[in-house]
Each structure stands twice: as C-alpha cells, then as structure tokens.
Design a binder for this molecule. Structure first.
Ligand SMILES: Cc1cc2nc3c(=O)[nH]c(=O)nc-3n(C[C@H](O)[C@H](O)[C@H](O)COP(=O)(O)O)c2cc1C
Length: 183
C-alpha cells in the first residue's frame, strides 16, 4: 500500500498544516509499517500553472492514482486554497481518468482511495461563525473530491491567528483527531 503525503504551506517549520500531515502520516505508518510513503512538497517544488501543454504530462495524476491513502496539508489563504494546491488539483481533474460525463450527469472514477485533508485556518469558520460564508477551502475540496468519486476526510485546526492560547488548543485538538483518523 502507498501513502501519498502532500504539503502546500509556504510557512515552513511554523506551518500548522505541515505539523498535522506529519502526525497523520507517522500514525498511518505506525498502523501499517509496510506502507510506502511518497512525499511531494508543493511549496518547495511548485507545479506550474496549468496550460494545454501540461495535460501531456500525467505524472502527478499517475502518482495520485497509484496511492491508496493521500494526506494533504491545506492552509487557508485568502479564504480558499493555496495556488500551489490548486495547481496540483488541476493535474487531477482529468476527464476519462478521475471523472467522466454520462447521460445521467458526471460520474467520479477515482473512488476506492482515502483522502485526508489537514486544514489550517487563521480565523474561525465553523459552528455558524459570522465568517462561515467566506469558507471556500473545505467546501471547495469536498466538492472537487466528491466530483471525482471520493468522500474526503478532514482534520481542521482553526482560529490559529487569534492568540497563542487558542492556537495551541486548536492544534492540540487537531493532533488528537489525527490519532482517531489513523487508528
Ligand atoms: C497569505 C496568507 C493569507 C491568509 N489568508 C487567510 C484567510 O483568508 N483566512 C484565514 O482564516 N486565515 C488566513 N491566513 C492565515 C492562515 O490560514 C493560517 O496562518 C494557517 O495556519 C496557515 O496554515 P499553515 O500554518 O499550515 O501555513 C492567511 C495566511 C497567509 C500567509
């Protein structure tokens, strides 16, 4: 079995989403020591913006489809996903490979694999928060992966820019959640 580990935060060692993906992958490895891990850092090695020519290179899509479990760090920037992560998703959304259009509408073709997102947000968007309508990260990722036939799972640390105490509490709660997800 193969675990694909994706990070996309630009914040290096200060990144909460990187802390969460590291924890998830470590725990998944502990549960299945024989699994291989493939790592891709989209901030250190960004994929170029999508062009028609880029469709000829299916290496990123092939890497995704070869994985059984995919763990993705997703920081919120400007209410949505990073451009680095968007460029990765642009390589995955390929008609005939991960979805197709049928007489009955679109059909996802990439089911049968587990996708876990570790989301980090500076503000608070859950639980009916006033900013909920500005949440275009979790909702986008759910929509796109549902479209490909996958029900993604989420570990979320939020309110990270609302003070040291809130940050520590939120990360520690999310780290606890990684334990449950990897069990
Ligand atoms: C360029 C930039 C834009 C950001 N935009 C938002 C935002 O729109 N909403 C929000 O809640 N937090 C925002 N933040 C805060 C990040 O979501 C927060 O720092 C989070 O921890 C980022 O994930 P990371 O720690 O893995 O880098 C932004 C941070 C940066 C660097």
């Amino acid at each position: 079995m193969t675990i694909l580990h994706i990070d996309s935060s630009i914040s290096g060692d200060n990144s909460a989403s990187r802390q969460l993906t590291t924890s998830l992958v470590e725990r998944l490895k502990r549960a299945q020591p024989g699994d291989d891990v493939v790592y891709r850092d989209l901030a250190a090695s960004p994929l170029p913006h999508l062009t028609l020519d880029q469709f000829a290179d299916t290496s990123v899509l092939d890497e995704f489809l070869a994985a059984d479990t995919i763990v993705v760090g997703a920081p919120m920037y400007n209410f949505t996903l990073s451009t680095q992560l968007k460029a990765w998703i642009d390589r995955l959304m390929v008609a005939g490979r991960t979805f197709r259009y049928t007489e009955n509408g679109p059909e996802g073709l990439a089911g049968g694999r587990r996708v876990i997102f570790a989301i980090a947000r500076g503000g608070i968007y859950s639980g009916g928060a006033p900013a909920a309508a500005l949440e275009h990260l979790e909702s986008y990722l759910r929509g796109v992966f549902n479209f490909m036939g996958i029900e993604p799972e989420f570990v979320i640390a939020e309110g990270l820019n609302l003070g040291a105490e809130q940050r520590e509490q939120s990360i520690s709660q999310a780290l606890g959640e990684t334990l449950r997800l990897a069990a």
